[in-house]
Structure formats: structure tokens, C-alpha cells
Design a protein around this ligand. Structure first.
Ligand code: GLN
Length: 498
């Protein structure tokens, strides 16, 4: 059955599309909430902005860190389908709690969502990888299309939830005191759609994502599964404490990464040398991705402060909110170009010209460098009040988006190719764990930039920010060159996998 699915004709397997929509709605829920967090914490929970930023960073880091745990339980106990189902249920519960009373139950709702995303996000990605057989050159294109779905959800959710929450949209229909409830209820509704879409898709997945414990008796299997469900519920109050005190994030981040690495090394003892070489290659990609996300995720931190204070609000004569542009330009560009870039890889591969994963990563960093260089060049167009071109800033995001498309869908795809089936969930979890460290690093970098521009005039602030972006461009350039140089060596590790 799986073989029949993997022997599909055409460019994409047909199961990709329902998974695309399921993930699109899940990302709507996720990015919708993400876009509301800081503003909600400042406006309703009355946190000061610094605390809200730290809190935001902690939440993001936890979300991605839990993907490692979600991947692990999927591999060992639940299988990918049940993990996704459970994750979806937890996410629905979290957003319903927030829709009912976001003020009183904020951390409870958020904790449900964090654990739910951990079970959902890595495992739907792994299922996409399983639609392809080893060596299928159409895999990266499939991930690029899937990535467009992610960003469609991110764009819609990211725009809609916050604008209903802050009252800039539909305020005539939504009573002021219920705005946030309605905004969070959007997340709940779309997550229900996501889960229903997935339930419907399951019939078409053959044996993909089934329980790894089919050899056990039904009652034994139930027992371990229910223990995981109960265990994750018991974790919620603990997580509530961890998330609500950002200092605990440091401790958590110091532990989870090394623990994940140790676990991986422990698992490696069961695999052949060839398999382990591939795992090392995957690990190299994962480590580089931390740096990429650390720079990229300035978007939520220092770049949003930069957008708020140092950019004009006109875009070729059109008035636009610079923060809106900072939040959504990237998603829009991904939607416009992801499939094209994916098809470009297929086109190159039919001509035997497709670059290796390492080279694609290298190009990803070069584009990242180009984008930050453009942000730096913004300083040449600054007015005396320290405002510079929104058009140039948008161009910077366009260039960075091409970098993201060379790295993020390709990395997800590579992890599904390089990891032996038994630890696909864990490896996908590690891929997203790298995002957790990226977010964490982004927060530290951003705080450093903000600190060095403290008490300065807006013009001076622009000089400091752009100088820092030049440095980031330089580091990204070096990382890109390093990857291109390493490419032939990493190829030896990946063996048959391109
Ligand atoms: N934007 C992508 C997503 O939401 C990648 C996020 C990440 O890995 N940091 O899936």
C-alpha cells in the first residue's frame, strides 16, 4: 500500500494536498496566536514591554523544543497519526480555553498549545516525507509546496487574529470587551478544521504513520498510549510554571539540547556506519539551521522595533504599516515563490544540475547575507529623523525569503531522507529543536542590539541597528562560503542521498 502511494505519477503525490491544508490551518492557529502574544500581554495582562518580549521568546522556544519530545513519542509509542491527532486535540483545547477567558487562563491555554504543537508539527512533516520513496528527486519540490501551505496559514492567521484582537478589523461587529475572545476563537475554529481534514486524509495514507507497537496486544498498546496521553496532561501544570518564569527557559534550554544530542548518540549504536554517516550529515544541517533562524527570527524582535521606528510608511505611494510589512512580506513571498523554486529544483534535476542539499544550504546563507546587506544599505537613504525606505526593506525580505526557501523546506526534506525510519520523528523533532535554539539566539542577539541603541536619537539608533545588520550579513556570508566548501565532504557522508 505504501509502495503504491510512493509510486505516484506526476509531480506531487495526491495525499500531499490534504496534508497541505491540514498544516495550513494548524499554522493559521499557531501564527495567529504568535502574532497576538506580545500585544495581548502588554495591553491586557499589563506586562512591561521588556518582560513581554522575554515571555514571548520563552513561549516560542518552548513550542519548538517540545517538537523533539513529540517526535520521540511518535517514533516509540504513538506513531505519527495518533500523535497528530492528540496534538490537534490539545491545540484545540488550548485555543478554546483562551477563547473563553484569555485573561484568567492565559498560561493554561498557552501550555496546552505548546504541548499540542509538539505532537503535531514535526509529525505531519514526517508523514509528508513518507509519501516519497528513497531517492525520489521530487521530494524537495513536494516540501516546497507544503511550505507554501505553511505560509498561507501564517499570512492569514498572522493578519486576521491580531487585527480582530486589537480592534482594527471587524470592530463594528465585535463588542470591544470580546475582541480577544473572538480572535482566539478563530484559532480554535481553524484548528478544528485542521484536525477534521487530517482525519479525512488518514484513509488515503495506507499504512503510513501507523503505531510502531502493532506487535503488542491491543490492551498493552492501549495502556502505553493512554500513559502518554495522561503524561502529557500531567506535564501541563509544570509547563505553566516553566513558561511563566522566563528565567527557567535558560535552564530548560541548557538541558534539552545536550539531552537530545546524547539521546541521538545513544540511538546511533543501533545503526550501521552508513546510516550513522547520514545522521551526522543531518546533524550538521541542523546545527547550521540554528544560526540561520537566529538571524532570520530578528523579524519578531529587533526588526520589528526597527520597522516601528525607522521606516517610512509609504510603499511606492501606498500607505502601509511597516510592522505589517515586516510580519507578512516574507509569508507572501514564500507563497508566491515556493512552488516555483520547488519546480526549479525538479527542472534542474532532470538536467542533472540540481545542487546538493549542502550547496542549497550554502545558497540559503548567501541570500540571508544579501538580505541583511540590503537592510544595512537602508542607512544611506535615511532622513534626519532616522526614517528610511520601506521599499528597500521589503526588497531585503524578498532576498531573505529565497534564502529561507533554499534552507527550510530543503532541510525538512533532507531530514526525512537521511534519518532511518525508526528515528524519523526524533530527527524531525531535532530539526525543529534547532528552531527553538534559533529563537532563543534571536532573542539574545536582538536584546543586545536594543541595548546598544538605548537612549539614542532615532537617527543614531538607525546607525547602530544597520551596523549590526552589516555584521550579521558578514557572518551569514562566511557561513554560506563554509557550507559551499564543505559540500563535497558532506556528500561523502550522505552517500546515495543527494
Ligand atoms: N516558517 C516555518 C514553519 O512555521 C519554519 C519555522 C521554523 O522552523 N522556524 O513551519
Amino acid at each position: 500500500m505504501t509502495a503504491a502511494i510512493q509510486d505516484f505519477q506526476g509531480k506531487f503525490p495526491k495525499q500531499l494536498w490534504p496534508l497541505f491544508f491540514s498544516e495550513m490551518w494548524e499554522r493559521f492557529c499557531f501564527y495567529g496566536m504568535r502574532g497576538m502574544l506580545v500585544i495581548f500581554m502588554v495591553d491586557v495582562l499589563l506586562l512591561d514591554t521588556e518582560k513581554a518580549n522575554l515571555q514571548y521568546g520563552a513561549t516560542q522556544a518552548f513550542v519548538y523544543a517540545f517538537t523533539f519530545i513529540g517526535g520521540l513519542f511518535a517514533d516509540k509509542i504513538l506513531g505519527f497519526r495518533k500523535s497528530l491527532f492528540w496534538g490537534g486535540l490539545l491545540m484545540i483545547t488550548g485555543s478554546v480555553i483562551l477563547a473563553i477567558d484569555p485573561k484568567s487562563f492565559f498560561f493554561l491555554g498557552i501550555s496546552f498549545t505548546i504541548i499540542g504543537t509538539g505532537f503535531f508539527k514535526p509529525n505531519i512533516t514526517t508523514i509528508v516525507g513518507m509519501l516519497y520513496k528513497e531517492g525520489d528527486t521530487r521530494r524537495d519540490a513536494g516540501f516546497s509546496a507544503f511550505y507554501a501551505g505553511i505560509n498561507l496559514g501564517a499570512l492569514l492567521g498572522g493578519y486576521l487574529c491580531i487585527s480582530v484582537g486589537n480592534g482594527s478589523l471587524f470592530s463594528e461587529y465585535v463588542p470591544t470587551h470580546l475582541r480577544w475572545n473572538v480572535a482566539f476563537s478563530f484559532a480554535a475554529v481553524v484548528m478544528i478544521i485542521s484536525l477534521l481534514t487530517f482525519i479525512n486524509t488518514q484513509k488515503k495514507l495506507g499504512t503510513i504513520g501507523m503505531s510502531p507497537l502493532l506487535h503488542l496486544t491491543v490492551s498493552k498498546r492501549r495502556l502505553v498510549e493512554v500513559s502518554v496521553f495522561l503524561g502529557s496532561l500531567v506535564t501541563i501544570p509544570i509547563l505553566m510554571t516553566l513558561v511563566s518564569v522566563p528565567e527557567y527557559t535558560d535552564i530548560f534550554m541548557e538541558v534539552i539540547g545536550p539531552a537530545a544530542l546524547l539521546y541521538l548518540f545513544y540511538e546511533m549504536r543501533n545503526f550501521s556506519l552508513v546510516e550513522n554517516k547520514k545522521l551526522i550529515a543531518a546533524l550538521i544541517f541542523i546545527l547550521f539551521s540554528i544560526v540561520f533562524w537566529g538571524f532570520f527570527e530578528q523579524s519578531g524582535g529587533s526588526l520589528s522595533l526597527y520597522a516601528a521606528e525607522n521606516l517610512h510608511n509609504t510603499f511606492f505611494g501606498l500607505t502601509l504599516d511597516p510592522n505589517g510589512v515586516n510580519n507578512s512580506a516574507n509569508s507572501l513571498f514564500v507563497i508566491l515563490f515556493a512552488t516555483l523554486v520547488g519546480l526549479f529544483w525538479v527542472w534542474l534535476s532532470t538536467r542533472k544540475l540540481e545542487p546538493s542539499t549542502t550547496s542549497k544550504f550554502g545558497f540559503g546563507f548567501l541570500f540571508l547575507a544579501g538580505g541583511f546587506l540590503i537592510f544595512f544599505l537602508g542607512k544611506n537613504f535615511a532622513s534626519e529623523s532616522g526614517l528610511t525606505s520601506l521599499e528597500l526593506f521589503t526588497l531585503g525580505w524578498l532576498v531573505i525569503t529565497f534564502g529561507e526557501l533554499c534552507l527550510s523546506p530543503i532541510g525538512m526534506s533532507a531530514v526525512t531522507k537521511l534519518a532511518p525510519e525508526k528515528i524519523q520523528g526524533v530527527m524531525m523533532g531535532m530539526w525543529f529543536l534547532a528552531s527553538a535554539y534559533g529563537q532563543y539566539m534571536a532573542g539574545i542577539l536582538g536584546a543586545g542590539i536594543a541595548k546598544s541603541a538605548k537612549n539614542m536619537s532615532n537617527f543614531e539608533k538607525l546607525q547602530v541597528y544597520t551596523a549590526e545588520y552589516k555584521l550579521l550579513a558578514l557572518y551569514a556570508l562566511l557561513a554560506g562560503i563554509l557550507l559551499l566548501l564543505l559540500s563535497p565532504y558532506i556528500k561523502r557522508l550522505t552517500g546515495s542521498v543527494k
